[in-house]
Write a protein that binds this ligand. Sequence first.
Ligand SMILES: [Zn+2]
Length: 332
Amino acid sequence: MDRKRRVRRIRRFIFVGMPILLLTFATLSVVLTVRSVKLHRSLVQAREELNAYMEAQSEWEYTRLRDTADAEDTETAEVLSDEGAVSVEGDTETPTAREIPSLSKAEVDSLTLGNEELYDGYRKVYLTFDDGPSINTSAILDILAKYDVKATFFVLRKDGANNEKLYRRIADEGHTLGMHSNTHEYSVVYGGEEAFMEDTTSLRDFLYMVTGVESNYYRFPGGSSNRVSVVPMEVYGELLHDNGIEYYDWNVSAKDAVVPMPSADQIYWNVRSGLSDHEEAIILFHDTASKTSTVQALPRIIEYIQSLDNTVILPITETTNPIQHLRVQDNK
Ligand SMILES: [Zn+2]
């Protein structure tokens, strides 16, 4: 009897208990996988938000320092106003001629170099996109192609065939391929001179392998005025120089880094009001996957800039005057 009962129990377990157990495990594993994918997605998004936020903070810091320096450096500003006078007659909306005051006379003279000489006397506007590539990079490239405008992309390293296609599109379509570190992780990027150069060289080699282009352009994560790095940022600037790389900050921000994401309309006005201060403007945008309103605002922004007198949209090249927050800090 005992044996029979045991056999019945085992059979019951095999035919009822086991399937229930298996089903429970399968359900649990599906639930956990979904949850982990969701968590990973939130983590990526949070990291992107943090990255962009650091850049927004850096922009604020730069603006504050620039305004302080402004009052002390009207002499240089006058020289620049003479050099790059633009017509402002009859249109109160047109930005007035004014330049960031961080340039010396020698630097002003050095502006007339290479191909940008063609645009001497023009207001120069540079559209720059940080933290990509992403799905939005593709949409941005389409818009730039439509308006026949060249821009600059400061990219991170993102593996996968789709991303590789985007790096190639940037280079092949005549835009400037700039670097923005491998992962944007401050502890890695700013972990000392050796770590910084290792990060930069590895990204540079990766981009060269994918596109055949050796990038000589860099934008520091968080900008050169970031407060994250314990090593003075000048040290990293020098290292880049030693390796034939120039770094570029920005003097106009789309302010598309803030949370919640501003509307396309707000982004348009952020750029438009920022532009009014500058004779040469490097505009900071972000092209991560969440920045859809940046994409929506872009056509209107380009149309506005193209409607301005004596104004040209250019990609950053080696002849571009690098806007550098550190130089403004030096001047204060
Ligand atoms: Zn960034």
